[in-house]
Ligand binder design. Structure first.
Ligand SMILES: *[C@@H]1O[C@H](CO)[C@@H](O)[C@H](O)[C@H]1NC(C)=O
Ligand SMILES: *[C@@H]1O[C@H](CO)[C@@H](O)[C@H](O)[C@H]1NC(C)=O
Ligand SMILES: *[C@@H]1O[C@H](CO)[C@@H](O)[C@H](O)[C@H]1NC(C)=O
Ligand SMILES: *[C@@H]1O[C@H](CO)[C@@H](O)[C@H](O)[C@H]1NC(C)=O
Ligand SMILES: *[C@@H]1O[C@H](CO)[C@@H](O)[C@H](O)[C@H]1NC(C)=O
Ligand SMILES: *[C@@H]1O[C@H](CO)[C@@H](O)[C@H](O)[C@H]1NC(C)=O
Length: 432
C-alpha cells in the first residue's frame, strides 16, 4: 500500500515535466506532424545527464542489437519470443510525434515505429509504466472492447477478463512484456480526428523497452494506423527524419496522399508473408564509390519462405547488413579511405583517428539507386578525434537473414510509403 502511494507520487512528479519543451510547442498543421528525436532539446526524454559520445554510441549499438533480435523474432504465427539478452536494454524507437487522445484531448508523445502494427499507450493504473499516463476516466469517448469484438482476434495472445468481459492482450516488445486492455477512443493527429481508434490501454509492463508515452504502430498489418485510417490516409505516408546533431531537430510525418513529393524515385515495396508487418524492399547490390562490391546474391535475396530480405525501419539507428554483405562493403570502404590505421569502437570495426575522405555508398534497389553522402555514413566523436563508418554486420546469434536500412541512413531524406501502389519512394530533403 505504502509502495503504491510512493509510486503514484513518483509518477505525478514525472508527469509535470513530460511535455515538449515550450519553445517547441508549435501546432501541427493539416496532416503533418512534427517528428522529434527522443534526445532533441524539444524532447522531455533526453537524458538529464548527457552521456559521453562514446557511451552514447555504445548504448545505441546495444539497443540496436536488441532491436535486431526483436525484428528477427517478428515471424508470422509466432508471438511471444523470449529475448536472449540477459541485460535489460532500453530499446525504444528513436523518434516521437504528438498525438491527442480522448475528449477533451490529452496529449501524449508517442514513438513512431514502422515495424509494429498496433498502437498502445500507458493508461491510469498501469503497473510498470514510467511516466505520463492517459486518464481514460476523464475521456467521454473512451470505451473498452469486449472479447466478442472482431479486433480482439487481431491482437496477440488475446484473453478474456472473467469478470469484466474486457479483451486483454499481451505481447513482447524488445526486452519488455506488455499487457493491455483493448480499447477505443478518438485520436487526433495534427488536424485530423479519427473516432473509435483501436489501441491497447497498457495495464502492466516489465522491462525497459516500452516507450514512455506509448507507441504509434505504422506497420502494414491489421490495427496499424494505416489499416484504421484507410479512408482518410489511403495507406500512404512519408517522413523526413532530422539528424540528431542538427540544432533544430524537428522533421515531419506527413499522412495521406496529399502533399507528397512528385519528384521522387521509387522501388517496389514487397510484402513478406513470413514477416507481414515489415516493409521489405529488394536490395540488389551495393556500390562503394563507383565500384559495385561482390556480395553473394543469397546474402541479400528476398525470400518469402525464410523471411529473408531487406527492410526499411524507423526504429533501428545504424544499418545492419548480413555478414558477407557487410564485409564486402567494409573492405572496399577501407581500401578507398587508404588510411592504414583502422581502429574499432564497440560494434563498429572501421574507425579512424585521423581525418578521412570517405567514398559514397549507394544502395541499389530494383529501379532505384540511393547514394548516401558522408553525413549518412560517418559518425564523428564530439571532440572530432574519431570517425567511424556507421554500419555493422547483423548479429550472428540470431537467424541472420534480415538487412535493416536504419534511421541514420535515412536522415535528411523523405521516405514515402505508398502501400496502394506497392512502392517506396526516396528523395533527398533537408528535414526541418
Ligand atoms: C488546423 O487547425 C488549426 C486550429 O484548429 C487551424 O487554425 C488551422 O487553420 C487548421 N489547418 C488546416 C490546414 O486545416
Ligand atoms: C482493464 O481491464 C481490467 C479487467 O477488466 C479492469 O479491471 C480495468 O479497470 C481496465 N482498465 C482500463 C483502463 O480500462
Ligand atoms: C500472456 O497471455 C498468455 C495467454 O493468455 C498467458 O499464457 C501468458 O502467461 C501471458 N503472459 C504475460 C506476460 O502476461
Ligand atoms: C529553430 O530555429 C529557429 C530559427 O533559427 C529559431 O527561431 C528557433 O528558436 C529554433 N528552435 C529551437 C527549438 O531551437
Ligand atoms: C593507430 O591508432 C591507435 C589508436 O589511436 C594508436 O594508439 C596507434 O599509435 C596508431 N598506430 C599507428 C601506427 O599510427
Ligand atoms: C544503379 O547503379 C548501377 C551501377 O552503377 C547501374 O548499372 C544502374 O543502371 C543504376 N540503376 C538505376 C535505376 O539508376
Amino acid at each position: 500500500m505504502k509502495t503504491h502511494i510512493y509510486f503514484s507520487l513518483v509518477f505525478f512528479l514525472f508527469s509535470v515535466a513530460q511535455g515538449l519543451n515550450p519553445k517547441c510547442e508549435t501546432q501541427d498543421h493539416g496532416s503533418n506532424l512534427q517528428v522529434f528525436h527522443i534526445y532533441s532539446p524539444c524532447s522531455p526524454f533526453k537524458p538529464s545527464k548527457p552521456l559521453s559520445w562514446e557511451e552514447d554510441v555504445l548504448q545505441t549499438q546495444a539497443k540496436d542489437q536488441a532491436r535486431l533480435q526483436y525484428l528477427s523474432s517478428l515471424v508470422a504465427k509466432k508471438s511471444v519470443v523470449p529475448i536472449a539478452s540477459g541485460r535489460q536494454i532500453v530499446q525504444s524507437p528513436t523518434y516521437i510525434v504528438r498525438a491527442n487522445i480522448g475528449t477533451p484531448p490529452q496529449t501524449l508523445l508517442m514513438a513512431m515505429d514502422t515495424s509494429n502494427d498496433a498502437a498502445w499507450i500507458p493508461c491510469t493504473g498501469c503497473l510498470g509504466c514510467s511516466s505520463t499516463v492517459f486518464d481514460n476516466a476523464k475521456s467521454t469517448t473512451f470505451q473498452s472492447l469486449g472479447c466478442q469484438a472482431p479486433q480482439c482476434k487481431q491482437v496477440q495472445n488475446p484473453s478474456c477478463d472473467g469478470s469484466g468481459n474486457t479483451c486483454i492482450f499481451n505481447m513482447t516488445y524488445g526486452g519488455s512484456t506488455i499487457a493491455a486492455n483493448l480499447s477505443q477512443d478518438t485520436f487526433t493527429l495534427a488536424n485530423d480526428s479519427v473516432s473509435s481508434y483501436t489501441f491497447g490501454c497498457l495495464q502492466k509492463t516489465t522491462g525497459n523497452s516500452v516507450p514512455p508515452q506509448g507507441l504509434l504502430g505504422l506497420g502494414r498489418g491489421p490495427l496499424s494506423l494505416l489499416s484504421q485510417t484507410q479512408d482518410l490516409y489511403q495507406a500512404t505516408f512519408s517522413y523526413c527524419l532530422p539528424n540528431f546533431r542538427s540544432a533544430n531537430f524537428s522533421g515531419s510525418l506527413r499522412l495521406g496522399p496529399v502533399g507528397q513529393p512528385v519528384r521522387i524515385k521509387y522501388t517496389p515495396l514487397l510484402k513478406n508473408p513470413r514477416r507481414p508487418s515489415l516493409y521489405f524492399v529488394n536490395l540488389i547490390g551495393i556500390r562503394v564509390g563507383n565500384k559495385v562490391v561482390d556480395i553473394p546474391p543469397s546474402a541479400i535475396a528476398f525470400n518469402p519462405t525464410t523471411g529473408a530480405g531487406t527492410i526499411i525501419d524507423s526504429g533501428t539507428v545504424f544499418t545492419r547488413l548480413v555478414e558477407p554483405a557487410y564485409v564486402a562493403v567494409r573492405d572496399e570502404f577501407r581500401r578507398r579511405v587508404k588510411v592504414a590505421n583502422v581502429t574499432s569502437l564497440g560494434g563498429f570495426d572501421t574507425c579512424y583517428t585521423v581525418p578521412i575522405v570517405a567514398p559514397t555508398i549507394t544502395f541499389m534497389f530494383t529501379s532505384m539507386n540511393v547514394t548516401l553522402p558522408q553525413d549518412n555514413l560517418l559518425i564523428h566523436s564530439t571532440a572530432g578525434s574519431i570517425t567511424c563508418l556507421a554500419m555493422a554486420s547483423a548479429p550472428d546469434n540470431v537467424n541472420s537473414v534480415l538487412n535493416v536500412i536504419a534511421n541514420m541512413q535515412q536522415q535528411n531524406h523523405r521516405i514515402l510509403f505508398d502501400v496502394p501502389n506497392s512502392r517506396l519512394g526516396v528523395a533527398r530533403e533537408l528535414c526541418t
